[in-house]
Design a protein around this ligand. Sequence first.
Ligand SMILES: [Zn+2]
Length: 394
Amino acid sequence: MARTKYHYYEFGNKTSKLLAWQIKKEDNEKFIQSIKTDDAIIPLLSSKKQLSTMTSNPLILTTYNAWLQLHTLLNIKIQLSGNTPRKDNPSIPQPIAHGILQTWVRKGIRSVGNLYINNVFASFDQLSEFYDLHRHNYFKYLQIRHWIKSQTVEVFPNKPEETLLESCLLDPKRTTTKGLISCVYKIVLDSSPAYDKYSKKSKWELDLNCNYDDNSWNRLLNSSQTILTSTKHRQIQFNILHRIYYTPYRLNKLNASITDKCQRCRISVGDLLHMLWNCARLQTYWNNVIQVTSSVCGLSLEPDPKIWILGDVMSLKLNSCKKYFVLLASSAAKKCILKNWKSMEPPNQKHWINELLSYCTPEKILHSVRGTLTKYDRIWTPFLDTLTTLDLRD
Ligand SMILES: [Zn+2]
């Protein structure tokens, strides 16, 4: 999902620049020297072939490519639009574009939209009156009318509606390109299929042989992003709950030449639960983590992956400070595993203790700023006391 969002941002970035040319309709040397006024047509071209008749500039070609991909993603066709300019437009067949169109452009019929009055394709009499066209232009009018009808057959004689992208990018209230990326990004996100967070829930339920109703699952997702204060820990928990990590099992699905076996034990298939929890070579490590944390909390904690992997501490009979410590301890444990994700050696107790201790100072600063140092003491003192009893020699 993260990868996809990055792509959406790229689409937004590239396309907003592309349409910035259209909005400005002027030379913009600061942006790129080779952009000319005529390039306003680029976003409205329907194929790379048409664009290749105008430019070979790799930046424009790449940007146009992103623009096409954006349309594919949104399931929109680039078709004749009211905003399509009529001058130097390679989409307009040569016999129609030849000669007389330039006169029309000078008289004010600059875009396809100018041929409509009250959103309906104008009659020749209406156009003659409005733009002072000579009656000799009637045949050209019929040619253009026929061509536009063929391009907008579903709506003719009505004016084709602007796409969401056009409306956003040609918004008359917009005087600068500021905010264009966000605007395009929002359209893409709104139009994308909803991310199914419950499909991940089912996979975890299957893995852990348990059941979460939708409310409990949402509470777990929310608490993973609110209780822990470190953004890194929140990110780890988000990645785990949404099963983002690339395991050997997943890599093997993408490329059969990569083994699906766990590189630590080399026996079992390295799926997500195995890599984080089930691997035989992680058992001593997790036993130590659970034993020390139990001793800190004064309660024998179950070796239950719902607690240690999913961070589900709701049902533990502990006060909020102790529950918070369990989350910190499990986050440190998971972080050590993730740091050694590709290593053949599992992390050890010392790695975990050092990782956990590194949270001590930032936590103290945070509680000090919030004026909750008493709470800090309640969370950390039992752990620091327990440390003095551990034998951490190699
Ligand atoms: Zn293993």
